[in-house]
Design a protein around this ligand. Structure first.
Ligand SMILES: [Zn+2]
Length: 677
């Protein structure tokens, strides 16, 4: 599937987690004390103390690289969706309805006999189109077609808000086109990365052969792809640099592209895109686009065609016969993440249906599973958290009144989205039919593309959702200054309809505070209340913010995640600030509740203790070594263990709740604790 420029900050990364078949049966207990390891010391590793019982009782299933309490929630979610789809199967639905599209896409994805008999046939027409390209112009044209239907080769194109005029959608081009996710995979010299590169080359050889290439052609093609991707990776901007919005904004006229980026057949490129009318655009990263154009100019057409063919094969692999699927899993699942077994087909198919028709599934999902009272209770929580953040901003001793006023304005204009959108997407122009699984995936991709192109040059639709309702996650979008909590996350262990306040404030309350704080993290603080990239800070306040943020950067830089590998404090800064702020704001709001004031114990734990146990419980989980390395490389969030053991030493209330003393290993002297929001 095509990847668009990521406009939002999410609560956790949507790794392609795999799933076990075990049906989760135990009803949601708000805090299950068997999850606690009472033999551990809370001041040594609070993570172990709060979640050790869970970890011991839930070894990682073979299909997983990481398995945690919210992976269990996602499993449950998939079961619910499967049930929905099976109900559809028992009904008579008219062709062209959402029910037909969801039901038929699922059936065709489940038909393993058919998929295996088709082999590579579904991708041959696209490969043929690439093979027929002769001139460099043809190569550019077919590349644009792949951007629409498959994934972005060379560099990416998308439509989205203009960072400096956030009410208007403009075109963006940006670095893209590599198959291993991050430049470091192509460039780092450690053995782990060298092995992965070898694995990637061997994956390509296998898949080219599965697609009908001879052994020697497959070898040649893999070498060509690796050469191009390595050159692209060398030019790619680092993930740390991409966190700086002002460094990734280069708006220019089309007429300036030749001089400011590189001479190229820009007219052909934009015409083919369907963007022939635009006069300006943002080039998010200039050097990688330059490098891509140099490659297109320099390399022989045949070399470029190998690269384009790989984009098709690699994007299609999961929707084809088992030989493609298994080879894909060997590399992306086993070598990169450490999973041992492929997930069951039905779970993979539900993922595909969700990503092709998210809101069509979502509409059915919320009708059946989302109680209206949950939305009420959430609105109330969000209001309470807003008041707390506002009070905390007023009390900040490091910030001037001028900046405080702007911060309050920004907080006051947050758009809040809960559960599901008011208006649903119209899928009537998407056809799901009986040609092949892959063809349906391609049409869904084209549907999303057309939808995006419709927005080019038009005002931004602020009612649009960037996540489907069934998603177990949440986000903040800086350009629309909105926080969003889909129905999928409004369930245990995040949200308990019947739970006590301590548990809900420590769970979904922290998630709400986290997303709000993203509006004021190292990136979010650079956008104003209208979502524009403008500096609303006094110089002194900005440098005091940086100084305070630096405390978290240094602290996380020193965390050893495995062997000699350390966490990346700069890359994870925004998320660590958001976790810190989320905990502070949610705890502050919780203090106002009757339960917090009563001090009444439940199961032997005080309200404050339950708050922190609930928070830690969100991150209960186990993770494989290879996945620790992968996540440290590509995930801007700290690992689950460190979202607990790295975040809590900076929270004064946690010390009080558990009597943490200066001789406890997690203890930090007060003047070494972060204090921002
Ligand atoms: Zn976040």
């Amino acid at each position: 599937m095509k990847r668009l420029l990521f406009p939002i900050t999410v609560f956790f990364i949507m790794t392609i987690v795999s799933c076990s078949q075990n049906k989760e049966t135990d009803a949601a207990k708000s805090i299950d004390i068997s999850n606690i390891d009472t033999t551990a010391s809370p001041g040594e590793s609070f993570y172990r103390y709060a979640t050790g019982g869970w970890q011991d009782a839930n070894p990682i299933p073979d299909e997983y690289a990481r398995y945690g309490s919210f992976d269990k929630l996602r499993e449950e979610n998939q079961l619910q969706i499967q049930e929905l789809i099976q109900e559809l199967g028992s009904q008579d639905y008219a062709y062209g309805t959402n029910a037909q599209k969801v039901g038929d896409m699922y059936s065709i994805g489940m038909d393993s006999a058919r998929l295996n008999s088709e082999g590579a046939a579904p991708i041959l027409p696209l490969l043929q189109r690439i093979a027929e390209a002769e001139s460099k112009e043809d190569i550019v044209r077919v590349s644009v077609q792949l951007s629409k239907l498959v994934s972005n080769p060379f560099f990416g194109f998308s439509v989205g808000p203009d960072d400096k005029n956030s009410s208007m959608n403009i075109a963006h081009i940006y670095q893209s086109g590599i198959g291993m996710g991050d430049r470091d995979y192509y460039l780092l010299q450690d053995e782990h990365y060298q092995n992965l590169r070898e694995g990637y080359i061997s994956l390509m050889q296998t898949q080219f052969q599965n697609a009908g290439y001879s052994e020697s052609d497959a070898k040649r093609a893999a070498a060509n792809v690796m050469k191009i991707e390595t050159e692209l990776a060398q030019a790619h901007v680092t993930k740390e640099m991409r966190r700086l919005p002002e460094q990734n904004y280069h708006k220019m006229l089309l007429s300036e592209l030749d001089t400011q980026v590189a001479p190229f057949v820009w007219d052909i490129y934009f015409d083919e895109m369907g963007a022939g009318d635009i006069d300006s655009l943002n080039v998010s990263q200039i050097e990688p686009v330059k490098a891509a154009i140099a490659i297109i100019d320099r390399e022989q057409a045949d070399v470029l065609k190998d690269y384009l063919s790989w984009k098709v094969i690699n994007s299609a692999a999961n929707y084809l016969s088992d030989d493609f699927v298994n080879a894909n899993f060997e590399f992306y699942g086993k070598a990169m993440s450490g999973s041992k077994e492929l997930r069951p087909r039905w779970r993979r198919t539900i993922d595909a249906v969700n990503s092709s028709m998210g809101e069509a599934v979502g509409q059915l999902y919320v009708e059946k599973y989302f109680p209206a009272e949950a939305k009420e209770r959430m609105l109330n929580l969000v209001d309470n958290l807003k008041v707390s953040l506002s009070e905390r901003i007023n009390q900040l001793e490091w910030m001037s009144d001028a900046t405080k006023e702007k911060a309050q304005e920004k907080l006051g204009t947050f758009i809040v989205k809960i559960g599901y959108p008011d208006k649903w997407k119209d899928y009537s122009s998407l056809e799901i039919k009986d040609d092949s699984y892959w063809q349906n995936v391609v049409r869904a991709s084209e549907f999303a593309w057309n939808e995006m192109m419709e927005e080019l040059g038009k005002p931004v639709d602020r009612t649009k959702w960037y996540m489907s309702p069934q998603t177990v996650n949440a986000y903040y979008s800086p350009s629309s200054n909105e926080i969003c909590f889909p129905a999928g996350i409004l369930q245990p262990p995040f949200f308990f309809m019947e739970g006590d306040d301590a548990v809900n404030y420590g769970g979904i309350g922290v998630v709400i505070g986290h997303e709000m704080t993203h509006g004021f993290d190292d990136q979010g603080r650079k956008f104003d209340k209208d979502g524009n990239l403008t500096d609303w800070w006094t110089t002194d306040d900005a440098s005091r913010f940086d100084e305070r943020a630096k405390v978290l950067v240094n602290y996380f830089d020193n965390i050893v995640v495995i062997d000699t590998v350390r966490a990346n404090g700069t890359f994870t800064l925004g998320e660590n600030i958001a976790d810190h702020g989320g905990l502070q704001v949610a705890y502050h709001a919780f203090q106002k509740t009757e339960q917090a004031q009563s001090g009444n114990m439940i199961d032997g734990y005080s309200p404050a203790q339950r708050f922190f146990l609930s928070y830690a419980g969100l991150w209960a989980g186990n993770v494989r070594d290879a996945e620790i390395l992968r996540l440290t490389q590509i995930d801007p969030h700290s690992l689950g263990k460190w979202r607990v053991d790295g975040a809590l030493p900076h929270i004064d209330a946690w010390y009080e709740a558990f009597n943490i003393e200066s001789n406890d290993p997690m203890y930090l002297p007060k003047d070494e604790r972060a204090s921002i929001w």
